[in-house]
Every structure is written in structure tokens, then in C-alpha cells.
Design a protein around this ligand. Sequence first.
Ligand SMILES: O=C(O)c1cc(=O)[nH]c(=O)n1[C@@H]1O[C@H](COP(=O)(O)O)[C@@H](O)[C@H]1O
Length: 233
Amino acid sequence: MSSTIVVALDTRDRLAAKSIVAELAPHNPWFKVGKALFVSKGTAIVEELMENGANIFLDLKFHDIPNTVAEAARAAADIGVRMLNVHCLGGRKMMETTINSMADLSSRPLVVGVTILTSMNQGDLDEVGVREPLQEEVLRLARLARDSGLDGVVCSPQETELIKSELGSDFLTVTPGIRPAWSATDDQSRITTPADAARMGTDYMVIGRPIIKHQRPLEAYESIQKEIQSAVQ
Ligand SMILES: O=C(O)c1cc(=O)[nH]c(=O)n1[C@@H]1O[C@H](COP(=O)(O)O)[C@@H](O)[C@H]1O
């Protein structure tokens, strides 16, 4: 199955976000509302985008005690977002309580766990006291997420094949750190091209600046889509 593109709407500007959504919506990507847009425009922008039929990934990376995260996740589910994320480092009880908080819903959002941020490399991990090889740490957190009932993880596309082979192809991989050859790396560290991410079997590719900061976002989007399609043919 081909990967779904999730366009990260990392802007505080409501009109800028709406104009990108209007331009790209005919191609049916998902859209990600993260901290910048949510803190400035709140649930109103999420509801507004959903009214126009957009599938929303609410990326607030919840990381707190189990009850607090479960309540916040349930509130997100009640808005009707299709995906949300928590930090795997919040631990098993936090992830299990979050999933249990949605047990009465006939359909709930996908819940995915952030493993190690794609902006971090082995040196960054060492600095915060995690001495494991980075890929082993990602796999450990992914296994914990799966055992806690989550639907998948957020990781680098460099780790997709490892996670799929160890935890099963149905366990979702949501991968930021996507950089076409023509775009800047910015603050990302563990990156691949869209073609490589597609070949490795990533389910959802989260892409922000290469599209939204491009002079012509639609052209950037179409070029990425073409790259993905020719990689998996
Ligand atoms: O959870 C995320 O979405 C996320 C996790 C991660 O490890 N790395 C990461 O970049 N992200 C998000 O993915 C998006 C990537 O955006 P660009 O780097 O502009 O393509 C940003 O909105 C990040 O907040």
C-alpha cells in the first residue's frame, strides 16, 4: 500500500493554513495541526478544517501522568481528529490508560507513540543519558507502545523496516524526517527522501517545510507524490 502524505501545518497564521489546505485538499492528503497552530488558534481551527472534510492528525505529543494524558487524548477524540500522539517515554501505564479512555467509542482516532524525535542523533541521546544505540532505543519504545495497545509509532523512516520486521507489518509507522533531494535539511537529523521512505514501507509521511515553505506548495506536493509513486511501482 502506498504511503499517505500528512502535511504539517506548522504556522500560527490561520489564513496561511487555510490556503494550503484549500490548495492541496483535492489530492486528499491528511493535515497535521501541531503546537504552533493549536496554541494560537485552538480547537476552532481544527473544527474549521474538519468541517471542510480534512483528516486531521493532532500532534500535541502528550507526555504527562496517565490520568492527565488520558483526559487530553479523550478530549481530542471527542473533537473528531483521526490521529493523535503521545510520547512513549510516558510509559506503559500512560499509554494503556490513554487507550482505555476511548474504550466506549465506536471509532477512535489512531494513537501513535513518539519514539526518539527525528531531530536527535546518537550524540543528542547520549547527552540526555540514554546510552543505548539509537535504533535499539527506538525499537524498545516501539515494542512498549505496541504492548500497551497503541496503533503505531512516530519514528524516522530509517527505522521503518526494523520496526515492521520486529513488530509486524500492521503496526503503523508515521515518519517525519522526510527530505526530497531538492530541499534543506533544516533541524531534522534522521532523514530519508520520500522515495526511500516509500520503499521502506512507511505508512504515513509527515512533511512540513519542504511543502509549506515552498514558493509553490502545490508544485512541491505534486513532485513528492510523483516521487513516491514511481518508487513503489
Ligand atoms: O510527532 C511528530 O509529528 C514529529 C515527531 C518527530 O520525531 N519529528 C518531527 O519532526 N515531528 C513533526 O513533524 C513535522 C516535520 O516537519 P518538517 O521538518 O518541516 O518536515 C513537524 O511538525 C514536527 O513537529
